[in-house]
Write a protein that binds this ligand. Sequence first.
Ligand code: SF4
Length: 339
Amino acid sequence: MQENIIIADKCPTTQIASWQQQLSQAIRDPAILCQQLALSDEWLPGARTGHQLFDICVPAAYLSRITPGDPHDPLLRQVLPLDDEALTPPNYVTDPLEEADHQPVKGLIHKYAGRVLLIASPNCAINCRYCFRRHFPYSENSPSRAQWQEALDYLRADTSIHEAILSGGDPLAANDRQLAWLVEQLEGISHLKRLRIHTRLPVVIPDRVDDALIGWLASTRLQKVVVLHINHANEIDQAVVDACARLKQAGVTLLNQSVLLRGINDGVTTLATLSERLFEAGILPYYLHVLDPVQGAAHFDVPDEEARKLVASLRDLLPGFLMPRLVREIPGKGSKTPL
Ligand code: SF4
């Protein structure tokens, strides 16, 4: 299936698959992933084990940035399920941020003063193995349009809220008709000033940044911030750079948050290269998160002390504006905690 997908920058004279087609044709079978990337058979049993715990999902546009035959490729490690995901070390839980305690209405999480998070889509374009929401009960938090009214009423009633954050899943996995409707409702709430979108889709399938998306994004009165999620410089190819340029033309401020991940970006040169590449693409480094202790992801953990040393070394290499803030999210705290 996925070999039929045509990526824009690879084959400009042939018909290009829409982002929806690319998403629907994403690899969802461990055997196909291993086969397409020429991985030896030894990886398949672990991939099957991990896949049973959290489905595999890798679109072709992302796959094209992975080096075939290299089991240590930093992009592959983000999407390849492993046996380690079945481990259950103490302190690794299904809801590490205790979000269930902060959901006053369906589809809405209110943890921090002045801003509220809306689960705009239960779907993602990629399943990242370290995801802190890999166990999130999306089926219980996917409001219908009628149910959105309850969330919108909550926002209308609290004039201290100035920022709506679209999250998920990945909010941009929702279609533009739904998103345009939701943003129109948000615009009508006079005390809302900002719209923030946390998304990985412009990175995973850059064609997601199409005319329909730019249309509603450019026309809203709300100030727009898009927080991308990029962990390694190899994720930023020319298609991602072009997608970012379109977002900026629509008046979007672009930030990035990364997760510090063992075997993926836990080296000072790797982190410095990421910051440089982000800035070349018009994106400012924002946060470097230590891993949230979610069950299934313990093998990605980098201890706090090592993380602090890495960031201290990074400071010797980068100007201050390219330094991400090293933080941990602690349940119950009113903001992220700097390390
Ligand atoms: S795109 Fe974000 S929400 Fe989706 S699996 Fe990856 S980290 Fe999790």
